[in-house]
Design a protein around this ligand. Structure first.
Ligand code: ATP
Ligand code: MG
Length: 403
């Protein structure tokens, strides 16, 4: 594994921040997931910077900063329309409750900071020339495709039980295996997950479920027994394995929850909503996933008509069609795409008439009839019975009225 990387892309953009800190006499490094991903040749998104400078010192060095998490040592530096998170080297002492440390101590040593990180593959630092600092043989683990806790796995999971979820999440994203000690430490400590806020577990679970190597991540999640301590997943081993056999990578959280509930065979929407509430999902995700689940089931014995595409939103219908295909049912993705392309209107606003116009033409006041007339016009236009033009719509409505 290379011990030096070229400074390009996001790192290059953030370089002025690192250089400014160094010029002032402090240490500064790129750390965390960005260095891991760069070493793997994967795209790098946000870069995190760690420094020996204390938060107040960082605030003195830059004109514009925002206190985003100053109690944890994180200051956001705003420079040239971009923002960068700069975090002071720190250690975390005494975990009383298997989650957040009792206190955070700022330190001046890089190694101390890297020591408190979760996994060896997340504990690299890279300087402004691209030299990699690797105190815990993370590079070897990247080569061997292994997820290993920094230090004693058992201790590290006792400090913060979320790290166990993170370990399986990375197995799923990277296609790595859990190193044996790390694996057994999770088996023994999986129950500690009960101390962790559901929202934090959910973030890692969703990332796992959307991983490129879901099958591998899910095996780790199931084999370690972690799944038993997640909301509503006790005794669902076989369903989870069926879920992990989906042929394509999942692209959204609503897909994650919809597929999951499908494999869990949640039959009533009441049951589905209770399950999702257990995971503290937002109302929006709950709403969308309930809808998708209904559509997937409905689609197994019916097919979309133009008016349904229009009513359900074309995007949701197309997503349903793709999901149906991945579930092994007969689907007609290109046909649905074509139907969507040919929809004469996408919303009521695009209709050539509106309520005001109809009231003028008929001389009638608003009322129930008006909503019904607009709906009829919508159906007529969408189904291709009439053109979206004022005259044809008025004729069509008259015809209907005379019946
Ligand atoms: P991603 O690419 O998904 O952002 P990441 O590794 O950057 O992955 P983050 O959650 O952004 O993950 O965390 C940034 C870094 O902070 C990690 O790489 C790791 O070094 C450290 N870290 C995060 N969570 C923990 C934790 N629970 N315990 C110890 N270290 C952690
Ligand atoms: Mg990150």
């Amino acid at each position: 594994m290379k011990k030096k990387l070229p400074i390009t892309g996001e790192f290059k953009r953030a370089l002025p921040v690192v250089k400014r800190i160094k010029e002032a006499g402090y240490e500064a490094y790129f750390v965390g997931g960005s260095v891991r991903d760069a070493l793997l040749g994967l795209p790098v998104n946000d870069v995190d910077i760690a420094t020996s400078a204390f938060p107040e010192e960082i605030k003195h060095l830059f004109k514009k900063t925002v206190d985003v998490g100053i109690e944890h040592g994180t200051v956001m530096v705003l420079l040239d329309d971009d923002s960068y998170e700069v975090t002071t080297f720190r250690t975390e002492s005494a975990y009383q409750d298997f989650r957040r440390p009792d206190s955070v101590t700022f330190v001046r040593s890089l190694k101390e900071d890297l020591k408190r990180r979760d996994l060896t593959i997340n504990a690299f630092a890279m300087d402004e020339e691209g030299n990699i600092q690797d105190f815990f043989d993370g590079a070897k683990d990247l080569d061997d495709q292994v997820v290993r806790a920094v230090g004693k796995a058992e201790e590290r999971f006792n400090e913060d039980a979320l790290r166990m979820m993170r370990a399986v999440r990375f197995a799923s994203q990277l296609g790595f295996h859990l190193e044996a000690d790390t694996f057994y430490a999770i088996v023994v400590n999986a129950h500690l997950l009960e101390n962790i806020a559901v929202e934090r577990i959910r973030v890692e679970f969703e990332k796992m479920a959307k991983g490129t190597y879901l099958f591998q991540g899910m095996e780790a999640f199931v084999e370690t027994g972690l799944y038993s301590y997640c909301p509503g997943l006790k005794h669902t081993k076989h369903d989870l394995r069926r879920f992990a056999n989906l042929p394509n990578q999942l692209t959204s959280n609503r897909q994650v929850w919809t597929y999951l509930m499908y494999f869990l065979e949640m039959n009533s929407s009441k049951e589905a909503v209770a399950f999702m509430k257990g995971w503290k999902l937002s109302n929006q995700v709950i709403h969308e996933s309930t809808r998708l689940l209904e559509l997937i089931r409905w689609r197994q014995h019916s097919s979309f008509t133009a008016i349904q595409l229009y009513d359900y939103s074309p995007e949701l219908a197309l997503e349903t069609e793709r999901m149906i295909a991945d579930l092994g049912f007969e689907a007609s993705i290109s046909h649905v795409e074509e139907m969507i392309d040919h929809l004469p209107i996408r919303s009521r606003q695009e209709l050539a008439i509106n309520g005001k116009y109809l009231m003028n033409v008929t001389g009638k006041k608003g009322g129930k009839w008006l909503g019904e007339a607009i709906r009829k016009a919508e159906e007529g236009v969408v189904m291709g019975h009439i053109d979206n033009e004022t005259d044809s719509i008025i004729n069509w409505l008259n015809l209907k009225n005379e019946q």
